[in-house]
Design a protein. Structure first.
Ligand code: CA
Length: 529
């Protein structure tokens, strides 16, 4: 049935456009290229130094201009908003009200306007959902932490009304203990009572076994999904039941079923900052997880690009994708270079624009959903303390309008070599490279959705793989080396056509007979008939 729908919508678009182009990609499934936004550091609409939702709307054309040819746009299909709910911290990963917008980011009306603007552009908005813990200032915790030290006094003679620990339902929302233990902190009022807080004492862990907490989580998801949010990025899933992967997978399975019961099309991606083995096990509970093992300096993408040694690359990609689809046939790998918790990738790539372009080609042209961290496409840098990784978006070198202040305690602000304005007007810029990659990924649904098969290569600097989706196969070939490389295709059946070429120079790739020649640091898409 789904294939039929895809076929019909594809035919319809073919009639509209007359050729296979970007528009044919609007398959209504959950494969999209996402852009991670830290609202505070993106664009400030009211000049108070803090980025806000109105500012994001103002800059939405940069992310997706709805097909307009008036402006240069990345044309991502999705946006992940880091937490937008009220919170005492600048990063907002400790929520005090799950049903509101942080006042410094704007109003619920601003948020609804953002959703409406995104809806008209077919951009899915997913929001960070932080339910491993609340803020210690959340009314649930304040109430529980007060009552927990008031002993029950019997039903008939209760003098504390709703206040004692037996009568206050919020006491069951958290995990309290009467002895100190690892991962727990002392309650503010009672010396001999402790509460679980795996991160910091300002983030008390919720008791996810408590039915009332699960009802709350369902209500929270319903509230945002009914508002028009397209799904959630789940924070800290390996901490839900600390150290218990099976219970985490079971909880994710429950949560996914609740969310899909409200909106069957919602997209949920989990943050399991863990090993391949743990992530694979969690795929039994949800459909998408960030691919931490392939990210950052010791993952797959960046080391291959830095060393030019791609010998294991395609095989590792196939092995990973096969293994997660074996566990969960609906698995969508969520690939990225780095995020708000990691050093920025441009630094890991020696601040070298050619390397940054190849890293982008490698991960964006991988199966699954690519997640671009804001400013990555400009070559922004930042490492060390977290605030340094979350610096203001560098819109313009001359015009400071809308550029927020750095987060408190950021130690430096070293802008990228070229601003967004400069890079948007330069067809050879890193921004333009990202833009083309997204265009290519949108144009060939095989890349995101396909089953991957590694193709052996004689050349150590080459990674080649076939992607098959809905009966159609394309090949992706990357040359990570500093010299021209060739790849034999003649052992594969069929007729080949060079569909796309993208690289660091204007030199062209050539396809002759069964051999493709790739200039240094470039990639091709080849069709097979
Ligand atoms: Ca503002």
């Amino acid at each position: 049935m789904r294939r039929l729908v895809i076929l019909i919508s594809g035919l319809f678009l073919l009639i509209l456009t007359g050729c296979r182009d970007e528009q044919t990609t609007r398959i209504s499934d959950n494969y999209r290229t996402y852009y991670e936004v830290f609202v505070r550091s993106f664009y400030d609409s009211d000049d108070d130094g803090i980025g806000d939702l109105k500012g994001l709307v103002h800059k939405l054309d940069y992310l997706n201009n709805g097909g307009s040819s008036r402006s240069k746009s990345l044309n991502v299909g999705g946006i992940w908003l880091m937490p937008v709910m009220p919170s005492p911290s600048y990063h907002k990963y400790d929520v005090t009200d799950y049903y509101a917008i942080a006042p410094e980011y704007g109003t619920m009306q601003d948020f609804e306007e953002l959703l409406e603007e995104c809806r008209t552009r077919d951009v899915k908005v997913i929001i960070d959902l932080v339910v491993n813990h609340t803020s210690s200032e959340h009314p649930w915790f304040r109430s529980a932490a007060r009552s927990i030290g008031i002993p029950p006094c019997g039903e008939d003679t209760c003098v504390h009304e709703e206040l004692c620990r037996e009568h206050n339902p919020y006491c069951a929302y958290y995990n309290f203990a009467w002895e100190p233990q690892s991962g727990y902190a002392q309650t503010p009022l009672y010396e001999d009572i402790y509460y679980e807080c795996r991160f910091v004492k300002e983030m008390p862990d919720l008791n996810l076994d408590e039915p009332a907490v699960r009802w709350e989580i369902t209500d929270i998801m319903r509230f945002w999904l009914e508002k028009g949010v397209g799904g959630f990025r789940l924070d800290a899933v390996t901490y839900f039941y600390y150290g218990n992967t099976q219970k985490n997978a079971d909880f994710l399975h429950w949560l996914t079923a609740q969310a899909k019961g409200i909106d069957k099309d919602c997209y949920i991606v989990g943050e399991a900052w863990s090993t391949a083995g743990v992530i694979r096990e969690l795929y039994t509970g949800a459909d998408s997880f960030f691919n931490f093992p392939f990210s950052q300096i010791s993952g797959l993408y960046i080391p291959v690009v830095r060393t030019g040694d791609a010998r294991q690359a395609a095989a590792r990609m196939q092995e990973w994708n096969d293994s997660i689809r074996e566990v969960n046939p609906r698995a969508i790998d969520a690939v990225f270079l780095s995020n708000h918790d990691n050093a920025r990738s441009y630094g890991m790539l020696n601040r070298n624009e050619d390397l940054a372009k190849m890293a982008a080609s490698f991960y964006i042209l991988s199966p699954g959903n690519a997640f671009i961290y804001y400013g990555e496409e400009l070559g922004m840098i930042g490492s060390g303390r977290d605030e340094n990784k979350r610096l203001p978006m560098y819109w313009s070198a001359e015009d400071k309008t809308g550029i927020p202040l750095p987060p408190p305690s950021a130690e430096f602000f070293e802008p990228p070599a070229f601003s967004a304005m400069q890079q948007m007007n330069d067809d050879t810029s890193l921004f333009s490279h990202y833009r083309r990659l997204i265009e290519i990924k949108n144009k060939y649904p095989e890349i995101a959705r396909g089953t991957i098969e590694a193709i052996p290569s004689e050349n150590d600097a080459v990674a080649a793989y076939a992607l098959t989706y809905d009966g159609s196969t394309i090949l992706v070939v990357h040359n990570f080396g500093e010299t021209e490389a060739t790849q034999e295709l003649s052992n594969l059946e069929g007729k080949y056509k060079l569909l796309e070429h993208i690289g660091v120079s204007s030199e062209k790739a050539r396809l002759k007979g069964g051999t493709v020649s790739l200039p240094a640091r470039s990639s091709v898409i080849i069709g097979i008939k």
